[in-house]
Design a protein around this ligand. Structure first.
Ligand SMILES: NC(=O)c1ccc[n+]([C@@H]2O[C@H](COP(=O)([O-])OP(=O)(O)OC[C@H]3O[C@@H](n4cnc5c(N)ncnc54)[C@H](O)[C@@H]3O)[C@@H](O)[C@H]2O)c1
Length: 334
């Protein structure tokens, strides 16, 4: 099967492209290289350009009439930046996605898999969220994802478009062959910060927020190995029509997580175990907009996709550490 992967030069997109190949499919990458590095595309079929460039999307489908589905990952993704640059975030994530979806429908390529986010969920007392739980997106970034979920649901009712919306929890780790991984120069997310502290690139790791209503006061997340997440996309593409038939609906939302909540302190403990040494840790108040967090109820992904995670937290940490050693060779910077 040929699959259009927008954002296929990015962190999750490049690893999903690899997972598609391993399952015998052919990814076709469309990426503007706004943030994703060219090196992550490798020798895959690649179109450098914007998702809202309708002539380009037409050319891609003309060149590859056997494209059977689109995985739409292209987006701006930095939460604090979205508060500084709302115009750019709504333009790129919302307005440009609308152009892409409309063009895909016009080209009779109606199957769309969309990258949404667990950051949409409102805080719940027990932190375990099902797809039907209340949403309270708290940043412009999260609101762009919420809007696109609504757009897809409405378009799926009114047009031929069909949508499988995957709400990712917290992807960590790297490509199994260390061909891609986190590429930000100073990763802002917690595991990237831990790797930097462990490698001596930072003085210490700072736990932001120790008074949350969790079992140890620190934020809770559902860390999923990015390779497991990539495999979930393969499953969703392969079962696309069956998934929607099973729900008797033109669109569906599916959580993609491990089903386990891990606090920051627990993550640090696991990290130290894998790393084999302790990491200097300091504590600070939560950063503006820091959420307590959530973890996935995974009943729907098990039922509809027949998928569950196979890799452990320790596997993901080891993979992130190995990528930390390797990435300069791929990216040209540490
Ligand atoms: N990384 C996470 O923790 C996380 C969590 C939940 C959801 N997501 C979603 O998953 C998707 C992939 O995330 P990622 O971490 O791989 O991000 P990423 O920034 O590495 O990848 C996004 C890619 O999209 C490309 N892009 C951006 N705007 C474009 C445009 N207008 N046209 C063409 N290409 C464009 C970028 O160049 C980049 O390669 C995003 O939609 C993101 O919102 C990510």
């Amino acid at each position: 099967m040929k699959v259009l992967v927008t954002g296929g030069a990015g962190y999750i997109g490049s690893i999903t492209a690899k997972a598609l190949e391993e399952a015998g499919h052919t990814p076709v990458i469309l990426d503007s290289l706004l943030s994703g590095p060219r090196a992550f595309v490798r020798n895959r079929i690649f179109y450098a350009g914007d998702i809202a460039d309708r002539a380009l999307v037409r050319r891609v489908v003309h060149d590859h009439p056997d494209i059977e589905a689109t995985i739409h990952m292209a987006a701006r993704i930095v939460v604090p930046e979205s508060a500084q640059l709302p115009y750019e975030y709504y333009r790129d994530n919302v307005a440009k996605s609308l152009e892409l979806f409309d063009e895909l429908v016009a080209l009779d390529r109606p199957r769309v898999l969309f990258s949404s986010s667990a950051s949409l969920y409102a805080v719940k007392d027990d932190f375990e969220v099902t797809e039907d739980d209340p949403l309270a997106p708290s940043s412009p970034y999260a609101r762009t994802k919420h809007m696109m979920e609504q757009v897809l649901q409405d378009m799926a009712v009114a047009t031929d478009l069909r949508a499988v919306i995957l709400r990712y929890f917290n992807p960590i780790g790297s490509d199994p062959d260390l061909e891609s991984g986190i590429y930000a120069r100073e990763p802002s997310h917690v595991l990237g910060q831990l790797v930097m502290a462990a490698r001596g690139l930072k003085d210490s790791f700072t736990v932001t927020g120790v008074d949350h209503p969790t079992r140890d006061g620190t934020g809770i997340r559902d860390y999923i190995h990015v390779w497991d997440l990539a495999r979930a996309h393969v499953r969703a593409v392969e079962r696309f029509d069956d998934v929607l038939a099973a729900c008797d609906a033109p669109s569906v939302v599916i959580n993609v997580g491990t089903g386990a909540g891990i606090t920051v302190r627990e993550l640090v403990a696991s990290f130290e175990q894998v790393f084999g040494r302790s990491v200097p840790v300091t504590e600070a108040p939560p950063r503006l907009g820091d959420a307590v967090g959530a973890f996935a109820n995974v009943d729907r992904s098990a039922r509809l996709l027949g998928w569950h995670t196979e890799l452990s937290l320790a596997d993901a940490i080891a993979s992130a550490l190995a990528w930390g050693e390797k990435r300069e060779e791929v990216l040209g910077y540490e």
